[in-house]
Design a protein around this ligand. Structure first.
Ligand SMILES: NC(=O)C1=CN([C@@H]2O[C@H](COP(=O)(O)OP(=O)(O)OC[C@H]3O[C@@H](n4cnc5c(N)ncnc54)[C@H](OP(=O)(O)O)[C@@H]3O)[C@@H](O)[C@H]2O)C=CC1
Ligand SMILES: Nc1nc(O)c(N)c(N[C@@H]2O[C@H](COP(=O)(O)O)[C@@H](O)[C@H]2O)n1
Length: 185
């Protein structure tokens, strides 16, 4: 089963570009909230909206979240709400902004990767000589994460059109948006 026509129409209209295509999405309550009490995941989307999110995930190379979301929600960022398909639906590459390497080695993203049901997560972090950062880096690498070191200026200074990420040929990002992340243009 392909994605719904309105999504195919929308995404086939993209002009060829040297910049990656970025889709920014968030679910919002009727009183304009996107998150609840820290430490508690808030599910706002109904079934149809969630399915659309998962179709969008299947149509992008990567999905970007901040470490706050990774710690709070322990997300999977996969396409499990879509009907089974052979070959399987495309899974987006999880990309996590995490300067201090706070990601848990037992998070679902790494568990799924090790179980063969998710892509290897890429963790964007800030180079650091602190022994505890180095030891967390080794632990996360052992757990399956790909750690990409990017210099930091008030958070990771990533720019989706001219950053080290370009080297990895990701041409489309699905940004599950929190309030915090704003890429530099
Ligand atoms: N309703 C919805 O659709 C969605 C809701 N959410 C909710 O949002 C909440 C999390 O929000 P919050 O913790 O504020 O934000 P994020 O999840 O975006 O995490 C922000 C953290 O990411 C790290 N970071 C590194 N580089 C950057 C950068 N360049 N720009 C911004 N952040 C960077 C920083 O931590 P450090 O300094 O340690 O690197 C920063 O504190 C959760 O409750 C989650 O459920 C999230 C996504 C979608
Ligand atoms: N589409 C959508 N609706 C909501 O109500 C949400 N809370 C979110 N949140 C985003 O999806 C991530 C969870 O993904 P999994 O279900 O674990 O695959 C969460 O971390 C937010 O990025 N999205």
């Amino acid at each position: 089963m392909p994605p719904p026509d309105f999504l195919i129409a929308r995404y086939s209209q993209q002009p060829p570009s040297i910049r990656p295509h970025i889709t920014l999405t968030f679910a919002q309550s009727t009183d304009a909230k996107i998150a609840a009490i820290p430490g508690k995941q808030l599910i706002l989307s109904g079934n149809e909206s969630m399915q659309m999110t998962h179709w969008l995930r299947s149509m992008h190379d990567a999905i970007l979240v901040g470490i706050g979301t990774a710690l709070n929600d322990d997300p999977q960022l996969n396409t499990r709400h879509l009907p089974p398909h052979s070959p399987p639906h495309n899974l987006p590459r999880p990309v996590i902004l995490d300067s201090h390497l706070r990601l848990s080695t037992s998070c679902k993203l790494l568990n799924n990767f090790r179980a063969g049901s998710g892509r290897r997560p890429w963790v964007l972090s800030t180079p650091n000589q602190d022994p505890s950062w180095i030891s967390r880096k080794e632990a996360l690498k052992q757990a399956g994460a790909n750690i990409i070191e990017i210099p930091s200026l008030n958070g990771i200074s990533f720019s989706l059109n001219s950053s080290p990420l370009d080297r990895y040929a990701l041409r489309s990002y699905f940004h599950s948006r929190s309030s915090a992340i704003t890429p530099r243009s």
